[in-house]
Design a binder for this molecule. Structure first.
Ligand code: GDP
Ligand code: MN
Length: 377
């Protein structure tokens, strides 16, 4: 789950990381009010869950409240990378001397968190990483020991941070580590962390990703989810406890078990097709869940055929068949559907589907071939 900049920075602030004064606004009028309260120049920042807002024109400086209102009107009317801007953050503007990149994320190869920093922070950090990777400093953190202060100092040295800022920087590094740990984050990023012209460190931007699998113990954070920005299919899938990921192909997949779902996608590809989604209905899925899964798959206009690959273990094939029938009643699918049922109560399942006008298959290879052919018309 991604958090907005304003949400991330609020969390940063709770852990002692300095952020600019500011407030979110949903209308230009509100933005003007915030600017009046802050006094002085402000920065108007679109709150959308994508990077590169600055380059897209979604971050603008305003000298006074009137200009803040005008720019907020403009930014609230924008779409950035397909996402409509519904909120802006109005922050007091900072006079920037230097922009630093600073983050903690999961390092899967090292099986440890990693702290990443660069003196070349700001909007071009991707380019820096691609063209001059030596400018990116990485230090792994032992998850049991936590971040050590000497590690923060090593980073300060490596990015040529002025000595006078080291103490502050160490405090921010320890704070960011606390943020990352306490929120079950997979990313806690400050870009830019700026040195202001009066030589102070401030986190000007904030980005966080929270591990979805930890949300059960992060109730406060789970509530921060901005469902406005999720694909409707994903919201629906979450409601029913389905693991669903939309892909670009045209063969909808409904499978039980993540491993089997991956295999099904591979076999579809092997026979020249392209899956429209990954969908794991999970073990022991009942009719209601299956019906929801089918609605979700069929709501994608790209889907030209659907493949059901069900291995009945705890999941009963007859229950799945009932779910398919219930969903068919409701959504009246217009695309061909291939079904392969094996395992617990498979025979009863097949019998239930006999009159459902579905293409049946015995093996996964057979089912995939038929689905690929059906999708090609
Ligand atoms: P992003 O483009 O989505 O990463 O948005 P950022 O919040 O990082 O803003 C992009 C850039 O706008 C920053 O790298 C800064 O150069 C600039 N910027 C943001 N806030 C301020 C500010 O208060 N003062 C000044 N002078 N520039 C700012
Ligand atoms: Mn940024």
């Amino acid at each position: 789950m991604k958090l907005h900049e304003y949400q991330s920075k609020n969390i940063f602030s709770k852990f002692g990381i300095p952020i600019p004064k500011g407030c979110v606004a949903t209308t230009a009028q509100e933005a003007k009010q915030v600017a009046e309260e802050l006094g002085g120049p402000v920065v108007i920042k679109s709150q959308v869950l994508v990077g590169g807002r600055g380059k897209a024109g979604g971050v603008k400086l305003a000298k006074n409240p009137a200009e803040a209102e005008q720019l907020a009107t403009q930014i609230l009317g924008m779409e950035i990378k397909g996402l409509p801007v519904r909120k802006v953050l109005v922050d007091e503007a900072s006079a920037i001397d230097k922009e630093i990149y600073f983050s903690i994320t999961d390092d899967r190869a090292a099986k440890k968190p990693v702290m990443i920093a660069s003196a070349a922070g700001g909007v071009d950090i991707e380019e820096v990483a691609a063209k001059t990777p030596e400018k990116i400093i990485k230090v792994n953190i032992d998850p049991l020991l936590g971040l050590r202060e000497y590690q923060a100092r090593d980073i300060a040295l490596a990015i040529d941070l002025p000595r006078e800022n080291w103490k502050e920087f160490t405090k921010i590094a320890m704070g960011l580590w606390q943020v990352y740990q306490n929120t079950d984050a997979s990313l806690a990023e400050i870009n830019p962390l700026v040195i202001t012209q009066d030589k102070k460190l401030v986190a000007l931007d904030g980005k966080m990703m929270i591990d979805d699998n930890a949300l059960f113990r992060q109730a406060d954070l789970a509530e921060m989810r901005d469902t406005d920005e999720d694909a409707p299919a994903e919201i629906e899938a979450r409601k029913y406890g389905l693991s669903f990921i939309k892909l670009d192909g045209n063969i909808g997949c409904m499978v039980n078990g993540a491993g089997l779902a991956m295999t099904s996608m591979d076999v579809i590809k092997l026979f020249g097709g392209d899956p429209a989604n990954f969908l794991d209905v999970g073990g022991g899925a009942g009719a209601e869940k299956v019906a929801a899964a089918m609605r979700i798959i069929l709501s994608d206009p790209n889907v030209k055929a659907v493949l059901f690959n069900i291995f009945g273990g705890i999941t009963r094939c007859d229950e799945v068949a009932r779910g398919i029938l219930a969903a068919m009643d409701e959504v009246k699918p217009k695309v061909p559907m291939v079904v392969r049922l094996v395992g617990t109560n498979a025979e009863e399942g097949r019998r239930l589907l006999e009159n459902a006008n579905m293409i049946t298959a015995e093996t996964l290879a057979d089912a995939a071939k038929k689905a690929v052919a059906a999708a090609k018309g």
